[in-house]
Design a protein around this ligand. Structure first.
Ligand SMILES: [Fe+2]
Length: 191
């Protein structure tokens, strides 16, 4: 877990001052990533680092396109020299490709940062979409409703979340199931 302090400190530097609520959310997402990290085996550290860094694209000093997954991933690739899969996960977190398409940025996103897919991408979506803006653990439906209410009718975020809703719910279900299966195995192993 040698890279986790780097990811945490970078996120803190970029978010804690200008965006304290986003920083609170980020801390909650990272806590949740630590909780589920065992299900991704050797990628546990990558998941936790990505949870710390997934929203840094909101930091005022990083804003370029105004689409935070892309701005954050480009900063990680070009300035922070982060590993490729970390950048790709940040770029694609929580079904970002759908909002990218609605913003006319899908080609840039997928050319520069192809999706990683699989349990890792599901796990990051789960951690983000079950953590409130204040960093508390909440169920996915409450989280999605909160985003829709915050951005309001007609906003590109609202339309994209509505489009992504079923995929986000499925990712969440897959992670809940993976966590319970692993927990059951631990019980069997321990007894
Ligand atoms: Fe987030």
């Amino acid at each position: 877990m040698e890279h986790v302090p780097w990811a945490r400190d970078l996120a803190r530097r970029l978010l804690a001052g200008p965006l304290p609520r986003r920083w609170a959310h980020t801390q909650g997402v990272a806590r949740k990533a630590q909780y589920v990290a065992h299900i991704v085996g050797g990628d546990a550290e990558l998941l936790i680092c990505t949870a710390w860094l997934h929203d840094i694209g909101y930091a005022p000093e990083l804003v370029q396109t105004g689409f935070h997954p892309l701005d954050g991933a480009r900063y990680l690739r070009d300035i922070a020299a982060a590993e490729e899969r970390l950048c790709r996960l940040v770029a694609n977190h929580s079904c970002a490709i759908i909002e990218a398409r609605n913003r006319g940025l899908a080609k840039e996103l997928s050319d520069e940062f192809p999706g990683v897919g699989g349990l890792l991408e599901d796990a990051l979506t789960y951690c983000d979409m079950t953590t409130s803006p204040e960093g508390h653990s909440i169920d996915v439906e409450t989280r999605l409703d909160e985003i829709l209410a915050r951005y309001g009718h007609g906003d590109v975020v609202t339309e994209s979340i509505e489009e992504a809703r079923s995929q986000i719910a499925l990712s969440t279900l897959r992670i809940k199931s993976a966590v319970s299966v692993r927990s059951d195995r631990h019980v069997v192993t321990d007894s």
